[in-house]
Design a binder for this molecule. Structure first.
Ligand code: NAP
Length: 254
């Protein structure tokens, strides 16, 4: 763990142990932020912290006490928060509504929706106090467009989009910008998590397609974070050229 220079703006990234979160931490560090990284897998988090000169802190966004301790550690360490990237999230399963696994639905709601509210609520006073705060939430094409087999994740990401857009309305007049990035297919551990470790099913999602990389999304995070204070990028839908809608995908022979 390193201490940021007193003048560095501090960016907090949830779910920074892999994929889009880790890439965003790297991009924000390169843009001059001191990054505070939160996730459950501390070994991976420490690696990203070492690469970025950031601060790794344990975080389970589904747990009140964990989020409270996370916020307290930010106060005790970097001592400020200028940007929050709500990235922790993901999908579980592709069952139809008829076959819905309610435990998976509950978990997706807990991480993507309640997790985002919990961390945002905890850090909002620091973001306002910064005088130029920013919240960037990683939503999904799944939060704009329902698709077969996606209902549980669609519901969670639609809810996350709703709370982000309400936050934008409610913070009008406060010095805090609110943005939403909705990516299409990104090649990360997302599908491996969704298919509960089944590598073959996860690989099939990306077969013959050139998906986005975590770095593509991270560049967008860094771009939004470095606009002038009067510019609020409300929503970005970021898709691979090979994907024109949630389930409309161009695949080459493999
Ligand atoms: P990923 O590589 O699986 O990363 C998910 C991250 O979330 C991990 O760092 C994980 O860290 C963290 N996380 C999960 N549960 C958590 C919890 N309870 N508390 C704290 N952190 C938690 O997948 P990704 O693609 O980068 O996903 C990042 C975000 O992008 C998610 O919100 C996802 O819904 C969204 N997204 C992904 C895609 C895609 O195709 N990949 C497309 C659109 C949107 P730990 O396990 O170490 O806690």
């Amino acid at each position: 763990m390193s201490t940021p220079p007193s003048t560095a703006r501090v960016a907090v990234v949830t779910g920074a142990s892999s994929g889009i979160g880790a890439a965003s931490a790297r991009a924000l560090a390169a843009a001059g932020f001191h990054v505070v990284l939160g996730a459950r897998r501390m070994d991976r988090l420490e690696q990203v912290a070492a690469e970025t000169g950031g601060t790794a802190l344990p975080l389970d966004v589904t747990d009140d006490a964990s989020v409270e301790a996370f916020a307290a550690a930010i106060d005790a360490g970097p001592g400020r928060c200028d940007l929050l990237v709500n990235n922790a999230g993901g999908a579980l399963g592709t069952e139809s509504v008829a076959e819905a696994d309610l435990a998976d639905w509950q978990r997706m709601y807990d991480i993507n929706v309640l997790g985002t509210v919990r961390v945002t609520k905890a850090l909002l006073p620091r973001l306002i106090a910064s005088g130029d705060g920013q919240v960037i939430t990683i939503g999904s094409i799944a939060g704009r467009e329902p698709y077969k087999g996606g209902a549980g994740y669609n519901a969670a990401k639609h809810a996350e989009a709703a709370l982000t857009r309400v936050l934008r309305l409610e913070l009008l007049g406060q010095p805090v910008r609110v943005s939403e990035i909705d990516p299409g297919m990104v090649h990360t551990d997302f599908s491996l998590v969704r298919f509960k470790g089944d590598q073959e099913r996860a690989d099939a999602v990306y077969a013959g397609v050139e998906p986005l990389t975590a770095e593509d999304v991270a560049e967008t995070v860094a771009w939004i974070a470095t606009r002038p204070a009067h510019v609020n990028v409300d929503q970005v839908l970021l898709m691979p050229r090979d994907q024109a809608a949630a389930q409309v995908v161009h695949r080459r022979e493999v």
